[in-house]
Write a protein that binds this ligand. Structure first.
Ligand code: PLP
Length: 480
């Protein structure tokens, strides 16, 4: 027998260390406003502080936490800072962190219902709650022919939707080389890069991805979509998949899902709707327009891990016809067979996703929903939109700046009147100052700064102060 020269944490040691971590996180949130929002580290600086070789013997937990403070913390960009306005938000919240911790504590792998029934059943229940909370079409309820599942990301959901569309268009022959080359996919020129990635992974390739033109609100033209499909049909292609976006990444543009849906129905093409960030807005009845036309979709996803206070990772993916998804992704080896699965009375979520294994992500969603209640979640969305509109009014009323796109929710796309170089410097200087974190896009050929609000800690005074800093920095640059 080998010598027993390692020790597990005892429950008591775990309790002590765990308290320290929880305290550390609570302290972190108390001081989060003090850190530069964007990490000021240079490339390689974090690694240079790490020992070149792993420790031969175990170290104390305190030594590890000391390095978290000294090595990791300076290399963190503070996504939860009230002055983080980059990309889209990736909300964290107390209940979600604790739900995630509990999920780690159980340490279960919910690949099959039988592998941990609560992991599956809480998830199914949360997905049905989301249908009710967002007033999604009833075709996505688990009690219909469809249902919902939690994926890691919207990218995975889009890939699975594309695969199901591919199989439906080819009667299950979509994986055959000669067939794959004939398949075509459609999305707008403004859709997220994950659509092209999915087309590449699924073997359809970028060449067979048609990027449909958008109008001046950055919404896909349904007529241009229909023309592209007609053109492909004439040329012997098999149109397989359309991805519409409700809330595009660059500008929160909204594709006309109803019109696109009619085109997809006409040609029998799978329609997936990606509402990664903006879907959460539908918690509020006044923003349910974000889902107009969704009843014509075959699948839909949004990310509670963006704007719904649920720590990354948590994407809610819904399908109208779960059989189509299962026919695409289900493979049953002997070692996974079990009585419950064979009874057909249970859901095995392994068949609804690419990996086999899966974490108990539903716990954090359950904790979040129970902690805030629907009304609390609605208030969070309303605050983000209100502050977004406040920032919009600041830009609108200063004629040294211009708005670059409609701002229907919490994202404002703007630039200072001047050159691209000047706008890029403006953003880089603001980021370098550590006072806020902004990201950019390019709209109608022009460098455009994005300002997206949605963090739980962002208050009116943060937005007001950030606008003042933007104005001051712009004035400084103009005088240089
Ligand atoms: N779709 C849209 C519209 C997005 O804005 C994003 C990310 O911002 C994604 C997809 C990708 O999200 P994920 O990281 O969950 O794959």
């Amino acid at each position: 027998m080998s010598e027993n020269n390692y020790t597990h944490m005892t429950p008591e040691q775990f309790r002590q260390a765990g308290r320290k971590v929880i305290d550390w996180i609570a302290d972190y949130y108390e001081r989060i406003g003090e850190f530069p929002v964007m990490s000021q580290m240079e490339a390689g600086e974090v690694r240079a502080k790490l020992p070149p070789h792993p420790p031969a013997e175990g170290e104390s937990f305190d030594a590890v936490m000391k390095d978290v403070e000294e090595i990791v913390l300076p290399g963190i960009s503070h996504w939860q800072s009230p002055n983080f306005y980059g990309f889209f938000p990736a909300n964290a919240s107390g209940p979600a962190i604790l739900g995630d911790l509990l999920s780690s504590g159980f340490g279960v792998n919910g690949m099959l219902w039988a592998a941990s029934p609560a992991c599956t059943e809480v998830e199914t229940h949360m997905m049905d709650w989301l249908v009710e909370m967002l007033d999604l079409p009833s075709q996505f309820l688990s009690t219909s022919d469809g249902g919902g599942v939690i994926h890691d990301t919207a990218s995975s959901a889009t890939l699975c939707a594309l695969l199901a569309g591919r199989e439906r268009a080819t009667g299950g022959a979509g994986n055959i080389d000669g067939v794959k080359a004939q398949l075509t996919t459609y999305t707008s020129s403004q859709s997220h890069s994950s659509v092209e990635k999915a087309a590449k992974i699924a073997g359809l390739g970028s060449d067979n991805l048609r990027l449909i033109n958008v109008d001046d609100t950055f919404a896909m033209s349904a007529d241009a979509l229909a023309s592209a499909i007609e053109h492909d049909l004439v040329n012997g292609k098999i149109p397989a998949f359309v991805c519409a976006t409700s809330g595009t990444t660059s500008t929160t543009g909204f594709d006309p899902v109803g019109e696109i849906g009619k085109v997809c129905r006409k040609y029998n093409i799978w329609l997936h709707v990606d509402a990664a960030m903006a879907g959460t807005a539908a918690l509020c009845p006044e923003f349910r327009w974000v889902h107009d036309g969704l009843e014509l979709a075959d699948s839909y996803c949004f990310n509670p891990h963006k704007w719904m206070l649920t720590n990354f990772d948590c994407d809610a993916f819904f399908v109208r016809d779960r059989k189509a998804l299962l026919d695409t992704l289900s493979i049953l080896p002997e070692y996974l067979k079990n009585r419950a699965s064979q009874s057909n009375a249970v859901i095995d979520y392994r068949d609804w996703q690419i990996p086999l294994g899966r974490r108990f992500r539903a716990l954090k969603l359950w904790f979040v929903t129970r902690h805030y209640g629907v009304e609390g979640l609605q208030a969070h969305v309303r605050k983000g939109v209100e502050l977004g509109q406040l920032f919009h009014s600041f830009v609108e009323s200063d004629d040294r700046f211009e708005l670059m796109a409609p701002a229907p929710l919490n994202l404002v796309c703007f630039r200072a009147k001047g050159s691209d170089v000047m706008n890029e410097s403006l953003m880089n200087e603001l980021n370098r100052s550590g006072q806020m974190y902004l990201t950019h896009t390019r709209l109608n050929g022009k460098y455009t700064i994005r300002f997206c609000i949605g963090n739980p800690l962002t208050e009116r005074h943060h937005v007001e102060a950030s606008w003042q800093r933007i104005v001051t920095e712009m004035e400084k640059l103009n005088h240089e």
